[in-house]
Design a protein around this ligand. Structure first.
Ligand code: HEC
Length: 391
């Protein structure tokens, strides 16, 4: 695909994806909070009408009274507002982004030949198969395991296994997006295959004049709660491509799992808080866990070693980076992120960034398309450690 057209597709689809995801996650936050705020109705007549709980809210200059029925009102109300396009649009635009970025440019973004020597079609097939597998395995487990704690434990083990496995198949950056896309697929699957059908069951039962069974509603509620706990973890995976300190680490999968768990744990704090409990030890332990991860993965300097002259460093950058990072790049249409390493001054100014992406982690050159060697990384690292002098 023409790189310029690809860039515009990226922009438009990403824009849509972020907007749809905000709407989806926003409604997830809102409804879980609302559920946790509900109190038994004050008016006896409301209880008799089938109201299970109610809440007062103030927003945008007005008071709202929201009531939730234990199962359903006497007749199907008109109009009735649904929440489903947010989820579908998020998944569809997310999958489109996966195609536009990671599948169209599989050699650059998905594959890292030092991790696994895959052909693009193989990497893409694995990625798509894992998305489908994530849904079927998760859905099966939800039907099989009645105990929520056991279910959570089994899912955590499987996510860890998946992260570990994918870290041996794809580039680190793609690993994080792949796991995020699998979790996102489970969430969208919950809406499409469980929650919306449960709503239809409620409505069909009302229309047929029978009392809807509460079971479908409870199943939908369970999946809706799962989705809520997955929001923070998935959002981290979606912004993770900005953080090579995480996905560029040799134990990227472990760091990913740690951050996913911390995200869900923080979500738990908010859900408890909506019910009126402030579990202060949750943010405290989350902060300690983040600090522990940060300390565990902090980079430490290595060599003093033999002096590396600037001419050597510049030659490496010219051969391995400048094909993309230049005012006149040969491998891309414009320099990525405007980062240009054409002159000594530019290289010197970006030395610490260069060290981070090409020495401490190996996320650059992207997909190692220019074939940078370990010896070159070491030399570049030594030059920077010796002060990144240009003379
Ligand atoms: C094949 C093209 C290509 C090559 C070769 C390449 N880069 Fe990049 N680089 C990119 C792209 C594309 C991005 C933007 C990645 C993104 O979308 O986040 C990037 C981003 C960066 C960033 C910003 C990272 C961040 O997230 O802040 C740095 C720094 C960087 N490259 C340095 C280098 C260095 C140093 C080399 C050589 C060792 C190099 N690049 C080689 C394509 C390349």
């Amino acid at each position: 695909m023409d790189p310029y057209a690809n860039e515009w597709l990226d922009l438009l689809v990403r824009w849509l994806h972020v907007i749809a995801a905000i709407a989806w996650i926003g409604s997830s936050f809102y409804f879980i909070a609302l559920d946790n705020h509900l109190r038994p109705p004050e008016d006896e007549a409301d209880t008799e009408r089938g109201i299970g709980g109610e809440a007062w809210e103030i927003h945008g200059g007005g008071f709202y009274q929201v009531q939730k029925y234990r199962v359903a009102p006497r007749t199907v109300p008109e109009p009735l507002y649904w929440f489903k396009w947010e989820a579908y649009t998020t998944w569809l635009s997310g999958f489109a982004l996966l195609i536009v970025l990671y599948y169209v440019n599989a050699n650059t973004y998905l594959i890292d030949r030092s991790v696994a020597d895959l052909r693009p079609w193989q990497a893409i097939a694995i990625s798509v198969a894992l998305l489908a597998a994530a849904w079927f395995v998760y859905d099966g487990l939800c039907r099989l395991l009645r105990n929520d704690v056991a279910l959570g434990a089994v899912l955590l083990v499987l996510v860890t296994l998946a992260a570990w496995g994918v870290s041996h198949l794809f580039a680190g950056r793609a690993e994080y997006i792949q796991i995020g896309a699998m979790l996102g697929t489970m969430m969208a699957g919950n809406v499409f295959f469980t929650i919306i059908p449960a709503h239809w069951e409620l409505i069909r039962a009302k229309q047929a004049g029978r009392e809807p069974s509460a079971a479908a509603g409870l199943r939908a509620k369970q999946r809706s709660v799962h989705n809520n706990y997955l929001t923070l973890p998935v959002v981290f995976t979606m912004i993770s491509n900005h953080f090579p300190i995480t996905y560029g680490h040799s134990h990227s999968w472990l760091i990913l799992v740690a951050l996913l768990v911390i995200g869900a744990w923080v979500r738990h704090f908010f859900n408890l808080r909506h019910t009126g409990r402030t579990a202060w030890w949750i943010p405290l332990s989350a902060a300690l866990a983040i600090a522990a991860v940060a300390i565990a993965i902090r980079p430490h300097g290595s060599s003093g070693g033999t002096p590396v002259p600037f001419t050597r460093a510049q030659a490496i950058v010219e051969e391995r980076c400048v094909p993309c990072h230049s005012a006149h790049p040969t491998k891309v249409s414009v320099a990525p992120l405007g980062l240009v390493f054409d002159t000594a001054k530019q290289i010197h100014a970006q030395a610490s960034l260069i060290e981070q992406v090409a020495v401490r982690t190996k996320v650059m050159p992207l997909g190692n398309q220019t074939g940078m060697t370990q010896a070159e990384r070491d030399a570049l690292g030594a030059w920077i450690e010796q002060g990144a002098k240009t003379r």
